[in-house]
Design a protein around this ligand. Structure first.
Ligand code: 5GP
Ligand code: ZN
Length: 115
């Protein structure tokens, strides 16, 4: 998928991003158009379109994404005040990049329910 997928290209280092953390399974980087004072994304290196693509074999990587989200939230000082994790799935929910990613947002008060 890397020939057409922007997040595969970020994971492969073929286009630049402000990387916060990476390992053999996942990459975390700052969103290019932040919607909060802190807004970063975490992706699996494996190309999955969205949550509907996730299978049993991917469970470990999904859990790691969530745990690393917590670790980075702590490092970026948004954990105590509060942060939000969002996974947009398909168009009506706002998914615009078809490579699974979790948004982590913090540093401001969040509205509920979201718009
Ligand atoms: P979605 O709308 O699919 O839930 O989220 C996609 C997110 O990716 C958006 O928040 C958008 O700003 C971000 N994004 C899109 N292209 C790039 C890029 O090239 N680099 C980075 N760092 N973020 C991107
Ligand atoms: Zn991809």
């Amino acid at each position: 998928m890397s020939h057409e997928c922007i997040f595969c290209k970020i994971a492969e280092g073929k286009i630049p991003a402000k990387i916060i953390y990476q390992d053999t399974d996942i990459v975390a980087f700052h969103d290019i158009n932040p919607q909060a004072p802190v807004h970063f994304l975490i992706i699996p290196r494996k190309h999955l379109k969205n949550l509907l693509d996730v299978k049993d074999v991917d469970a470990y990587v999904l859990a790691k994404m969530l745990m690393v989200a917590s670790d980075i939230a702590g490092q970026l000082n948004i954990a105590n005040e509060g942060y939000r994790v969002v996974i947009n799935t398909n168009r009506q929910a706002g998914q615009s990049v078809d490579h699974l990613h979790i948004h982590v947002l913090g540093g401001r008060t969040m509205e509920w329910p979201p718009g």
